[in-house]
Design a protein around this ligand. Structure first.
Ligand code: SF4
Length: 375
């Protein structure tokens, strides 16, 4: 194995711990089996895209307690040059093994050094090789403004990982990263840069929360996400379940329930995409979502005052509150009504994609209740 291949194996493997923007799975087919750093990325609309996902280096001076690269871990530390990453990526891309690049890095010295190397890769691809495809650059905590500006001018998407919902939560995870100055301040800069220029990172900025590494509640996490959508123009939040990685200070820490992250995604979708107010979500006395039921259904049960919804009159927003009615079926109801349709039977709703069993207790058709609100 060459030196470069060895590095690729190590740095491609390390990159899998960053979930921001995608749900990762290793691409597993006969072409990619022997090739590290290739991950399937699942987009929001359900498509799967293979990406080259790698770290510039696993050297890091930070002490994030959940991370394999934390500064006290004694293991094989390696580093790519920008030229290395550029040529490996182009090799994969030209052989149709990947459709885009996701680049992140440890921070061996000050963030400027690592961020500069990452920007250099993007610059080489765009300017020297005319590459026009997808690039996602991680913005490293504490990066300087001018490098962030260069990053957003070259990348389709940028992200800076928040990991914790509160400054206190971050203090429990790392003593070397400052929540307000190293992260939130950079998010604000990105927001300002993107606002003034449509060419800059057209897919916007995203972030990742690490769920269950600390005792932060679902309510705290969703409050922060909701604030980020309003204050930072954040496009999406990712809720990665904490994994207890061997040789890290949190290797014995309990991992979260497997349903926790999926419930957070569902609740977040209501806030970011369905127009729900945070106050409409229901949390238990500990501040967590119900693991056994979808948050939209739980919210509907708790807000009887919004129901039943008259299908033949309700606004798009009110239709979206109904369990069993998603964006596509709500749009179809509105479009059908515009064409003169008056819905009389549940079967007619079923035909356009409404999940009748869920929706029935919450709707009326031409003033007729379809079921009683008994839960
Ligand atoms: S900054 Fe923290 S999370 Fe990132 S590589 Fe270093 S130790 Fe890991």
């Amino acid at each position: 194995m060459t030196n470069l291949s060895k590095k690729l194996e190590i740095l491609g493997e390390s990159a899998k711990f960053d979930r921001c923007s995608y749900i990762n799975t290793n691409v597993d087919n006969f072409l990619t089996k022997q090739l590290p750093g290739i991950y399937n990325a699942s987009t929001r609309d359900g498509c799967t895209v293979p990406l080259f996902k790698v770290l510039m280096t696993n050297k890091c001076s930070n002490d994030c307690r959940y991370c394999i690269n934390h500064n006290k871990h004694s293991f094989n530390r390696v580093e790519f040059s920008p030229g290395d990453v550029t040529s490996i990526f182009l090799d994969y891309y030209n052989n149709r093994l990947v459709e885009g690049l996701f680049l992140s890095s440890g921070i061996p010295q000050d963030p400027e050094y690592s961020m500069e190397n990452m920007v250099e890769v993007a610059h080489k691809l765009r300017m020297d090789h005319g590459y026009q495809g997808y690039i996602h650059l991680k913005i490293l905590p504490g990066s300087p403004y001018d490098l962030i500006k260069r990053a957003v001018s070259l990348a389709d998407r940028v992200s800076i990982n928040l990991e914790a919902a509160t400054p206190e939560g971050m203090e429990n995870l790392s003593t070397t990263k400052n929540y307000d100055t190293d992260i939130l301040r950079r998010m604000k800069w990105i927001k300002r840069l993107l606002k003034g220029n449509k060419e800059f990172s057209p897919s916007g900025q995203t972030t990742q929360f690490l769920v269950g590494a600390d005792d932060e509640t679902d309510k705290q996490i969703l409050e922060r996400a909701d604030w980020l959508y309003r204050e930072m123009d954040l496009k999406r939040s990712y809720f990665s379940p904490f994994e207890a990685v061997k040789d890290t200070p949190l290797e014995s820490h309990e991992e979260p329930h497997p349903k926790r992250s999926p419930r957070l995604y569902q609740a977040d979708h209501l806030l970011n995409s369905y127009g729900f107010d945070l106050k409409e979500l229901v949390f238990d006395d500990d501040g967590n979502l119900n693991l056994d039921s979808d948050p939209k259904y739980v919210a509907a049960q708790a807000h009887e005052e919004h129901f039943p919804v008259e299908i033949n009159e309700a606004s798009y927003k009110d239709l979206l509150r109904v369990p069993g009615i998603g964006k596509i079926s709500a749009r179809r109801i509105i479009q059908s009504r515009k064409l003169g349709k008056n819905f009389l039977k549940l079967e007619e709703l079923k035909d356009i994609g409404v999940v009748i069993k869920r929706a029935e207790p919450f709707i009326k058709l031409n003033k007729n209740y379809q079921a009683t609100l008994e839960f």
